[in-house]
Design a protein around this ligand. Sequence first.
Ligand SMILES: [Ca+2]
Ligand SMILES: [Ca+2]
Length: 308
Amino acid sequence: MKAKQTQRGVALLAAMMVMVVGVTIAVNLLWSANLQVHRTKNLYSMDRAYLFALGAEDALSKLLKLDAEETQWDSLDEIWTQPFSYALDNEHENIQGVVEDLQGRFNVNNLVAQTGQKDEVWFNLFSRMLVLLEIDPQLADAVVDWIDADVEVTFPTGAEDDAYTGLEPAYRAANVYLTDVSELRAVQGIDGPIWLALKPYVTALPRGTLINVNTASEIVLASLADGVTIFDAQLITENRVGEPYETLDQVSAFLPQEAMGNATVSSEYFGINSIVTLGTAQFSMYSLLERDQRSATVATRLRRSGYE
Ligand SMILES: [Ca+2]
Ligand SMILES: [Ca+2]
């Protein structure tokens, strides 16, 4: 009788074990199916968000094209400067963003001339801007070295490969024009606080762009030439409110001749920052647009996106 009971006990235990294994397999299968569903859902959301962001980019390109047909200048009272925000398919989904005239900023690629050597005019402009931002102006040497073609250290405070190969992790100076201004973070001397102070005023565009006096901040305007004070810059920004500078002549009363060669009233490069929210997920996209004022054509030069 006892042996029979033991046998039944073993059989029960075996049956239970089979069941546990079976349940585990079933749960695992369900889990992986669930994961697949989530993965597919995420991919689908990402695709949708990307398409929405592309749609916004296309609409804004058309707006900038229209703007070029209507005005020969670009200023902060024009329609394209308005931040946009639209609801999408339901109340939890929307897209918002803003277009910025990148020629209101200092183009770091102007620091190096086409010859691969330092461009003195833009170097002096950058140094003045650093002083106004209360950043050591000698930092400009290291930025030039980062971009210029040679590996000779700019006197006195430049930085070429030697400054970077000893770091952990080690790297080398780029020695080419920047494609993204955030690359500046790798330059010797540009730490977190300095980068944060610099970030709103700098951009990386093809070399040779001018500064738009209709959209530049007072810091950038006051850097345009020696002798231009922050008060002169304030006069320039006060005068453009509701009455943009339609020609460069109109700003000549406020700026010395030396500054005029670096200035313009219209822009070719615009950046769009858009954020698509789909429920709890967010997708961000940055697009760099180049517009030809004369032919009123707009082309996308760079696109960067991220998903959270
Ligand atoms: Ca315009
Ligand atoms: Ca170099």
